[in-house]
Design a protein around this ligand. Structure first.
Ligand SMILES: C[S@@+](CC[C@H](N)C(=O)[O-])C[C@H]1O[C@@H](n2cnc3c(N)ncnc32)[C@H](O)[C@@H]1O
Length: 190
């Protein structure tokens, strides 16, 4: 399995399908989902994707092996997220559509849950070069959105993660960092 966790700081809960950037930059999350799950004419079946919304204290989990109705375009992905939010998050994880699950969570509880099953890494511009470090099987990667993680979030990530990893000498879009990460893992057969 490969896990990606994207922290969406700007999202406040409302999605206008005709204005995704104006909907708390939900377009960024949709692009990260696309990068994590889609290949050409097929989807990766071994991905778990988490969108974490700090303003709501909610996480949406996508299990790519079970997902249905997910298409590569951002609008229909945003519609599935909106549908999940309409179900309303509770302490119990609920299914909103096949492969989409919603639950209330703190950021710390999310990382505790993920790091109990996977080796957690922090994707960061100033991390160790991905080409130089050993990555364990079943890795999980935390990314931020267009904002950096807050100091408090970083402190939590540092406690649960194994290493900070950089995938490029440049600062990239989160979705592009996901594609490069997949490429490195594909080449290693991880
Ligand atoms: C658009 S960037 C965040 C904003 C950026 N730090 C800035 O100063 O504008 C989104 C996320 O992608 C990941 N990312 C971007 N470039 C990366 C790199 N070279 N290596 C690893 N992760 C990267 C990081 O998790 C980052 O928080």
């Amino acid at each position: 399995m490969r896990v990606f966790i994207v922290v969406a700081h700007k999202f406040k809960g409302e999605i206008n399908l005709n204005d995704l950037p104006g909907s708390g930059r939900i377009d960024v999350v949709c692009r990260c989902i696309n990068a994590a799950i889609f290949m050409s004419h097929r989807i990766r079946k071994d991905v778990e994707f988490y969108a974490y919304f700090p303003n709501l204290g909610v996480r949406i989990r996508i299990d790519s092996s079970r997902v249905k109705y997910l298409n590569p375009d951002e609008r229909s992905t945003a519609a599935l997220i909106r549908n999940a939010l309409k179900q309303g998050a509770t302490e119990e994880e609920k299914t909103s559509s096949p492969g989409f699950y919603i639950k209330k969570s703190t950021f710390e509880n999310l990382l505790e849950e993920v790091s109990s099953k996977y080796s957690l890494y922090y994707l960061h511009e100033e991390g160790d070069d991905i080409r130089e470090i050993k990555i364990k099987s079943n890795p999980a990667f935390v990314l931020s959105d267009s904002l950096n993680l807050t100091e408090e979030e970083e402190e939590i990530v540092n406690r649960y993660s194994t290493a900070r990893i950089s995938v490029s000498p440049h600062s990239l879009l989160g979705s592009h960092a996901i594609v490069i990460t997949h490429n490195e893992l594909d080449r290693r057969g991880l």
